[in-house]
Design a protein around this ligand. Structure first.
Ligand code: HEC
Ligand code: HEC
Length: 291
């Protein structure tokens, strides 16, 4: 009698296991298809000037948009994560050195990556925040590309991306922003140029870079990665509603809040916000206060 019960329990567990495994393989195949599917987009013509003002603007944008946090200070790329669970995620060497962008990587290829989130062949770029870079004005996009195209070539061959089981599941349940190509409105035309006078409009344009963590409505929420602190509300309902513009700017330059809390750059990239110009931080403050 007892033996029979154990036999049924055992069979039941096996059936559950089989279902879970089957489910996982379906999810894995679906994610595999999504990451290897080829996309084609109409090429947009972009003017890439090479005067010194444009290069200086490009250099500033590369610093404040976090390109170097992922692609490295010299843009020669790096392995961002490598473990059995999440997998190996690698930011490309985007210089023209060994292991870098192909010799025939054209301005159109740059536009494809930054506007549409796919590589030269139309394969989706993983983790590259193209849903943000796609919103850069044509003028700023041209400046970023102009700057990147002339950085010194660095030889740095890197291994390929590969997703682990946790990476597959998190992607399936949309818990990590892996496939920006799926999040972009590919028909949205490029803004010609952004407002560069201090104020709410400029703040709104810049705040795109904060939306990935602080959420599109800037109300914050759950930690971006489990184990990190929750993401604070940046609207006037949060601390910013009580801070002066000076206190806000000081916080983003030093990582230390008016309450004396020193933020870790790994959680909140304040070494990036420290590089914003005064009028850019002032504009961000004015925009968040208007929400
Ligand atoms: C969150 C990390 C992250 C940030 C920030 C980031 N990138 Fe990337 N980027 C990646 C990763 C990862 C890849 C490789 C994706 C792949 O091959 O699947 C990539 C790929 C690229 C490529 C495509 C190379 C190719 O194969 O066609 C270019 C170009 C690029 N990034 C430029 C930039 C620029 C310029 C910025 C700043 C405006 C930037 N990236 C910001 C992570 C990032
Ligand atoms: C990679 C994710 C990430 C990005 C990108 C990011 N933040 Fe944060 N931010 C955080 C986290 C997490 C905290 C909380 C850190 C802590 O509690 O130590 C935070 C805290 C803050 C705070 C302190 C708020 C408070 O109430 O204490 C401000 C201000 C802030 N961020 C502004 C910005 C701005 C402006 C941008 C865009 C230019 C930005 N952040 C981009 C993750 C991010």
């Amino acid at each position: 009698m007892k033996r029979k019960i154990f036999k049924y329990i055992g069979l039941g567990l096996l059936a559950v296991l089989a279902l879970l495994l089957g489910g996982y393989f379906l999810v894995k195949r679906s994610v595999h298809n999504r990451t290897t599917q080829k996309y084609a987009f109409a090429t947009e013509r972009l003017h890439v000037p090479s005067d010194s003002a444009t290069l200086a603007r490009g250099r500033h944008l590369v610093a404040i948009k976090g390109c170097q946090d992922c692609h490295g200070q010299d843009l020669a790329g790096k392995v961002l994560n490598d473990d059995g669970a999440l997998g190996r995620l690698v930011a490309t060497n985007i210089t023209s050195g060994k292991g870098g962008l192909a010799q025939d990587y054209t301005t159109d290829d740059w536009v494809r990556a930054l506007r549409h989130g796919v590589d030269k062949t139309g394969r989706p770029l993983l983790l590259m925040p193209s849903q943000e870079t796609t919103l850069l004005s044509a003028e700023d996009l041209g400046a970023v590309i102009a700057y990147c195209q002339q950085v010194p070539a660095v030889d740095n061959p890197l291994p390929a991306n590969s997703l682990g089981p946790l990476g597959v599941l998190l992607t399936h349940f949309d818990k990590i922003p892996l496939l920006s190509v799926e999040k972009i409105d590919h028909t949205q035309p490029m803004l010609a140029r952004a407002d560069t006078t201090e104020g709410v409009a400029m703040g709104k344009y810049l705040a795109v870079s904060c939306s990935g963590c602080h959420r599109p409505d800037f109300k914050g929420g759950e930690p971006v990665v489990p184990g990190q602190p929750p993401v604070p509300d940046l609207t006037s309902a949060g601390h910013i509603g009580k801070w002066t513009q000076e206190q806000f700017i000081q916080t983003l330059r030093t990582g230390k809040t008016p309450a004396g809390h020193q933020m870790n750059n790994e959680n909140m990239p304040w070494k990036m916000t420290a590089q914003y110009e005064q009028k850019e931080l002032a504009s961000l403050y004015q925009y968040f206060r208007s929400l």
